[in-house]
Design a protein around this ligand. Sequence first.
Ligand code: PAF
Length: 311
Amino acid sequence: MNKQKANVIIVGSGAIGLLWYSHFVLNNQNSVKCYLYQSTKRKTLPNEIKFTDINDVTHAIPSNIITQPKSPIDIVLVCVKSYQLNQAIADIQSIISPNTLVITTHNGLGALNTQSNKYLKNNTVLDMLTTHGCLKIANDEIKHTGVGISHLGVKFDTTKKYIESNKQKAISDLLDTTLPAVAWCDDILSKQWLKLAINCVINPLTAVFDIKNGEVANPEFTSIIEQVIDEIVAIGNTKDISLNKVQLLETVLLVAKNTAQNSSSMRCDVQLNRETEIEYINGYIHKLGQELNIPTPKNTELYQKVLALNL
Ligand code: PAF
């Protein structure tokens, strides 16, 4: 039977966006037609991507660029930084229909604003968390530096389509055959809080003290890390997110150890004088603390210190 190919659009040409695009082109040409989205306002995409895979083999991947698709889009994978998310959703609103599955993947929480929620109110939106390491070496060049796992779960599902487990399996399988491993997660929000805690510790410390991830595990940072985590546990509890301080501490230190030689995304952003995602990391805890009248002094201090680095 001649099954129709799914139309997939990747929004965002950072390391993770190009990593997914390259994998769709290399591994899933039979079932997917994959495009890189380019807004009419920002024409920065290269014609070809140099992708070095995990085995150090370099592939030249032609960019299949699209601005205004003619056929319906099945899946949009939005791989932009948290502070670019609302602009990206506004840019692509004319290409998404209620049948388009929207998947977002970025660090931090609380990035979608009211306007974006309105644009997406008829869609199923999934969140994806990924631990793949990927480096953007140049505008047209990326390198897959570490194999990871991606967790996929429902952010909101107005149409209730993704309550059905066959849909969950179909999308997890499609993404898993593209860039393994992908696992479905019934409680993606708890995973996002865990990732938030990791980012609230590693990202600002590496950026403020200009250190690699591994150095975060040095004893001089223990008391700061414990305070950051205590505050996250207190805020998480008010949102019915049950977090365990000891487990969080262990996980944060394990990630620091496993990525010891890496520079965090926030340290890279600061070094390249780019905007950071601090607003949706420690800034998110700070904002919730203010709303809930719960003090978050350490997260607030780190939030302000990172903001000052960008001045
Ligand atoms: O933002 C990052 O750099 C990563 O999420 C992490 C886990 C801190 C590793 O560098």
